[in-house]
Design a protein around this ligand. Structure first.
Ligand code: NAP
Length: 435
């Protein structure tokens, strides 16, 4: 313990799944954490909505308060674990303005209002830490911000939403339909009563924005992150993917596009079964990073859960506290590169197109003609008859995988295919990454 260094005051906003665990560990491990920091952490209060609520973790009653405003201005470190935009945003700004360091797990708030919050921190030399905001327990923010600060990150492929990974994994491994897998996820507590934020890709979109900002030293507007959720993914597509040696994952993709800037997007993606991301099962998360000098790196683990997420929050608290002891201002966010967002049409990718076509001669030639007119080459073409497919008489299912081409070229092919009289329906289009 550093001689005579005063205790550091810690205010915690929220005592739910993550907050209660953080408070419990701050109290139970005070001495050990103090030894690691060089100063003891003194929890001065825990803000909640309802002080009378029955709580699983025993938090001393005298610490609970509904007066979060008074709490944040008396602390050295404020830990925001309430979630939502307001009052979290106002409280964080007030804490930063009063010189406190802030730790938050609130990706929704950071993705929508990050620049304003980081500016407020920068003005007073305070630090805003958010390791738990992306991929729960997995250390990914600090590796991107610090460990890879001397390298150039070219690409990130992330499974950053446990609910959707759980659902897609169940469809792939047990042949469940989307509805049945969602119901299982809800029953087991992996999906919220309203799963829109997860299955619609909004949660992954927010995390993609935070990862891209760090990786590319560029402020990312959430509206510039293209988003597709998993709601349109069918069991037929999952089975076709399996037959072709792929698995469907909802990926957050952040990549530099030569000569065009950066692309940040979230969509269901075919990943080859021998890619490390294909081995991420259940509700786990993983972030695959490709850096110029370091090469490929994979960060894997629990993306949510009280104790798991609290681990990342505690790490941030220890870092913030150590900085107090050593002194000096916090490290500002770096957005100096200010790279442009690439036009989505120029992003190179490859498509896996599934078509319901008339089972008659000449069909293949017409389809091949569409791809060749757009200068897109076809890598593989298969006739597919998944077990569960409702085989309509006179129709066959064709699955076409293209080589890489610009998104706009591929989209034009799909539009033209849909217009062919021999094509009954474009049953699905999924992009392929990681080949
Ligand atoms: P939670 O279980 O819903 O808990 C929220 C807590 O905040 C509750 O204690 C609630 O008080 C308190 N609260 C909410 N609004 C408040 C207000 N206006 N004034 C005072 N207190 C208020 O949330 P959580 O799951 O712990 O998540 C917290 C944050 O961590 C969120 O930003 C979330 O996105 C992030 N996160 C969570 C996980 C996870 O696994 N849960 C993983 C990664 C990140 P009451 O107890 O009185 O209702």
């Amino acid at each position: 313990m550093r001689e005579n260094y005063r205790d550091l005051k810690v205010a915690v906003l929220g005592s739910g799944t993550v907050g209660a665990e953080v408070v419990h560990r701050l109290l139970a491990e005070r001495e050990e954490l103090g030894a690691r920091i060089g100063a003891e952490l003194d929890v001065v209060g825990v803000a909640v909505r309802d002080v009378k609520k029955q709580r699983n973790q025993s938090i001393p009653k005298e610490l609970l308060t509904t007066d979060a405003e008074s709490l944040v201005v008396q602390a050295d470190i404020v830990v925001e674990l309430m979630g939502g935009i307001e009052p979290a945003k106002t409280l964080i700004l007030r804490a930063l303005e009063s010189g406190a360091d802030v730790i938050t797990a609130n990706k929704a708030l950071l993705a929508a209002h990050g620049p304003e919050l980081f500016d407020a921190a920068g003005k007073v030399g305070a630090q805003l830490y958010y390791e738990a905001a992306v991929a729960g327990a997995i250390p990914i923010i600090r590796p991107l911000r610090d460990s890879l600060a001397g390298d150039e990150v070219n690409r990130i492929l992330g499974i950053v939403n446990g609910t959707t990974n759980f659902i897609l994994d169940l469809m792939d491994s047990e042949g469940q339909s989307m509805d049945a897998a969602l119901q299982t996820a809800t029953e087991l507590g992996y999906a919220e009563a309203d799963p829109t934020a997860d299955v619609g890709g909004h949660d992954a979109q927010q995390k993609a924005a935070l990862l891209a900002q760090l990786a590319f030293h560029t402020a990312i507007d959430l509206d510039d992150v293209a988003r597709e959720g998993i709601t349109e993914v069918t069991l037929e597509q999952v089975q076709q993917a399996r037959a072709a040696g792929y698995v469907i994952k909802l990926l957050a993709i952040c990549e530099r596009i030569d000569g065009h800037g950066v692309s940040v997007r979230v969509h269901p993606t075919l990943v080859p079964r021998d890619h490390p991301l294909a081995a991420v099962h259940g509700a786990n998360n993983a972030v695959f990073v490709e850096a110029a000098a370091a090469g490929s790196l994979m960060f894997y683990g629990a993306g949510a859960g009280g104790p798991e997420t609290a681990s990342a929050v505690l790490g941030d608290i220890v870092s913030a506290a150590r900085r107090h002891v050593v002194g000096g201002p916090g490290v500002a966010e770096s957005t100096h590169a200010d790279l442009p967002m690439a036009d989505p049409g120029v992003v190179p990718t490859s498509y896996h197109v599934s078509l319901h076509v008339k089972d008659e001669p000449g069909v293949l030639a017409q389809i091949a003609g569409v791809f060749s007119a757009e200068d897109v080459s076809v890598e593989a073409l298969n006739q597919s008859t998944p077990e569960h497919a409702e085989g309509e008489p006179g129709l066959a299912t064709l699955v076409i995988q293209t080589h890489r081409a610009a998104e706009a070229q591929l989209q034009r092919c799909v539009d033209k295919l849909a217009e062919l009289s021999v094509v009954d329906a474009v049953a699905g289009v999924i992009r392929v990454e990681g080949s």
